[in-house]
Design a binder for this molecule. Structure first.
Ligand code: ADP
Ligand code: MG
Length: 266
């Protein structure tokens, strides 16, 4: 049976979608896990954009939940990363999440991870999704309003007896106005699974339509996502070696040298 993990927060803009995309990519691309990512932010979906996918998909979560097509037809493979994605439509029209539970039950039989990129705040759609997940990861920024809102979500998850794997503190800038990691641990009573720095490589990678762990695998920020993914599956993480880090620092991507086969040269 696979693990159904919800990526949640209090506030928006803290990095849930970025985490979902990168975590899913590492688990699938690097660790060969069967991963399906679901854009469960049905009001403002954008997970597909992290993979450079726009409206290529014929069927979306709405078609599945409205009973028009089986889930298999809405699972789309991102050929560059190997990640499977179920997109939510950007176009207007209600999605009734009631049927999502049975879809998740089906998916967990054939996947190691079913990861739900959720909406911010505790609206009706997030409450519904909380009831359907087994485990949650809470994303926050090291700032007072973001942590305060995260605490509300944590409370709700605790009340509903859900397993919270821990917090991911994203967009850390190491500024003195930020909360300290020990303070965040103490107030949330949860482990901090990872601290991910603010890095312009992330918006850059999104502009290129690929998660940063593919865009620049050995950069510091990618290493933080990759270490988190390894810990999640109890795998020892092999840190990038000095040459790999140097190459990343100077943006020297390894290139495959094309082999040109000349014809009719004899
Ligand atoms: P959420 O899904 O919680 O609303 P997103 O993942 O969409 O948040 O991230 C919000 C914005 O912040 C995006 O534009 C993304 O590029 C940017 N972002 C996320 N994480 C980082 C980071 N560690 N460093 C820099 N920018 C980031
Ligand atoms: Mg999002």
């Amino acid at each position: 049976m696979g693990r159904i993990i919800g990526i949640l927060s209090g506030k928006g803009g803290v990095g849930k979608t970025t985490l979902s995309a990168n975590l899913g990519t590492v688990l699938s691309h690097e660790y060969k896990k069967k991963v399906v990512l679901i854009d469960a932010n049905v009001t403002a979906p954008n997970l597909d954009l992290h993979f450079g996918l726009y409206d290529e998909f014929q069927y979306t979560l709405r078609d599945v939940l409205n009973g028009n097509v089986p889930i298999d037809q809405a699972i789309n493979l991102c050929s560059r990363t190997g990640v499977k994605i179920v997109q939510s439509p950007l176009s207007k029209g209600r999605i009734n999440l009631k049927n999502l539970k049975s879809v998740l039950k089906k998916l967990e039989k054939t996947h190691d991870f079913v990861i739900l990129d959720c909406a911010p705040a505790l609206g009706e759609e997030v409450y519904q999704i909380i009831d359907m997940i087994d485990e949650a990861i809470i994303v926050t920024m090291p700032l007072i309003p973001e942590v305060a809102s995260a605490l509300k979500t944590i409370n709700t998850l605790n009340e509903r007896k859900k397993i919270i794997l821990g917090l991911v503190v994203n967009r850390a800038k190491n500024k003195n106005y930020e909360l300290k990691i020990d303070e965040i641990k103490a107030v949330s009573r949860l482990p901090v699974l990872s601290v991910i720095q603010e890095d312009t490589k992330i918006p850059h990678s999104i502009s290129q339509g690929m998660p940063v762990v593919i865009y620049d695998k050995n950069s510091k920020v990618s290493t933080q996502f990759r270490r988190l993914a390894a810990n999640l599956i109890g795998q020892e993480f092999e840190e990038p070696n000095v040459l790999e880090r140097l190459a990343s620092l100077f943006n020297l991507k390894r290139r495959t040298i094309p082999v040109f086969v000349q014809e009719n040269t004899f």
